[in-house]
Each structure stands twice: as C-alpha cells, then as structure tokens.
Ligand binder design. Structure first.
Ligand SMILES: Nc1ncnc2c1ncn2[C@@H]1O[C@H](COP(=O)(O)OP(=O)(O)OP(=O)(O)O)[C@@H](O)[C@H]1O
Length: 236
C-alpha cells in the first residue's frame, strides 16, 4: 500500500504538483492519466525518490520514505525511455544488475523465456529495437519480484503479441498482491489493466476512484470517451 499525503512539487516558481492525496492499495492496479505535462511522471519520480517533494509525505506500508533509500528495493520501475549502458550486451546488463543488487535469487531466466529474449541476449544494448529495449526494461522491473510495480507507458513500442504477454503478466502480478501504478496514453490499455483511475490536470487530481464508476458517471461506454469528456469539462 502506498499513501501520498499533501504532496506538492515546485520547480522554481512553478507548482507542478499541488496537494496530491492518494492511496494505492495492494493487489490492485491504478492508472494515472492526464494531458501532456500534467504531472504524471513527476508523481512517479516522487515515489521513486528521484524528485524531492516541496511539501507532503509518502508512506509505503505505513512507513515514511523520507530520507530513506532501501524502500526502493521494493519497487520495480519500467521507465518510458530508459538509459542503459549501451555497450553492454543484454546478458551482461542482466548479470550486472543482479550483482549490484546482490540478490542471489531472481526471476530473470523465467522472464527472458517469457518475453522470447534468448536470441537477443548477446546483442549490445545500442543495437536493440525499441520493442526489445522495452522487454529488457520489463525484465529489469520484475526480476526481483518487487512488491510495487510502476510502469510508465509500458507497451509503447511492443508488438501486439508482446503487449498481450505483458498485460497477462501484469494481471498475474496483481493477483499475487502487488501494488501497481501505470501511466499510459492508450486508454484501452488502462481500461484492461487498472481497477482505479487517477485523472490529473495541471498538477491537481480531478478524479480518483474506481474506473467503472467514472465510466458510469460520465455516461459513456468506454474509458477513452469518459476521459475525453472530463478533459473537455476542465478546459471549458
Ligand atoms: N526537472 C524539471 N524542471 C523543471 N520543470 C520540470 C522538470 N520536470 C518536469 N517539469 C515540468 O513539470 C510539468 C509536469 O511534467 P511531467 O513530466 O510530470 O508531465 P507528464 O504528465 O508526465 O507528461 P507527459 O504525458 O507529456 O509524459 C511539465 O510542465 C514539465 O515541463
């Protein structure tokens, strides 16, 4: 369970997150949506300790993360565009991360098989296709079986088969009790994966609740239409 209380983030004179209160329960996936530049990635970075809140606090399973770093071991993060040591082969990268983490057991063999990455293992990172890089990112996020999984635009660049595989895995992780947070501009993906939805505009939460309720409230059939309607309402 992740709890965010009164989170504010200023970059210079600009407030990009304002009074964010959130609870993200275990065993559930929460989708975070909103226009470009609304603060989705900044929220994720605050959770990861990559952005220092100007105000407010973040708790994981009831414990404040302020000044802590060990808690990050419990978070698997798949960024939108990841930077890797480009001269390493895929296999070297996996081995290197395993060594750095000093974790004797990991799931990487299973995940490599699951994402059909065996033929790519000896290739250097810089030579990989976009989709293969995404798959490498998915393995890195999930290989240590973290309790919390954060995915930023996870299926961008994945082919349909890999995308279906990825989504199946997310469902499994959810059933295993993980706390999942994801962003995507693909509303059908959020609809398939998320139980709860956060709609954020200019750093403020405009909706946080069950996805189904939002669709019903907006009297629409699909999330895409419900979110489009909300966007129109806030810019009207
Ligand atoms: N390090 C930074 N310094 C100054 N401004 C920043 C910094 N990081 C983000 N911002 C600003 O904060 C705002 C929110 O950015 P953020 O990346 O969180 O948006 P987003 O909702 O993830 O957008 P997108 O959908 O385009 O990925 C933007 O206006 C952005 O320019």
């Amino acid at each position: 369970m992740i709890t965010i209380k009164g989170l504010r983030k200023d970059f210079g004179p600009r407030t990009v997150l304002d009074n964010i209160h959130l609870e993200l329960p275990s065993g559930r996936a929460t989708g975070i949506v909103g226009p470009n530049g609304s603060g989705k990635t900044t929220t994720i970075k605050a959770l990861l300790g990559l952005v220092k809140p100007t105000e407010g606090a973040i708790y994981i399973d009831g414990e404040s993360v302020q000044g802590q770093w060990q808690y990050r071991q419990n978070i698997g993060y798949m960024p939108q565009t990841a930077r890797y040591p480009e001269n390493m082969s895929v296999n070297e990268l996996f081995e290197f991360i395993s060594e750095v983490r000093g974790n004797p057991t990991d799931n990487k063999a299973k995940l490599i098989e699951y994402f059909d990455l065996e033929p790519e293992l000896d290739k250097r990172m810089r030579t990989l296709s976009g989709g293969t890089r995404q798959k490498v990112g998915a393995v890195l996020a999930m290989m240590f079986d973290p309790r919390i999984l954060i995915f930023d635009e996870p299926t961008a660049g994945l082919d349909p088969r890999a995308s279906v595989q990825f989504k199946k895995l997310v469902h499994r992780e959810k059933e295993a009790g993980k706390t999942i947070l994801l962003t995507s501009h693909i509303m059908s993906e959020i609809e398939e994966l998320a139980d709860y939805l956060i709609f954020i505009v200019e750093g403020r939460i405009r909706y946080h609740g069950p996805m189904k309720e939002l669709i019903e409230k907006q009297k629409e059939q699909r999330l895409e239409e419900a979110v489009a309607k909300m966007m129109e309402e806030v810019t009207a």
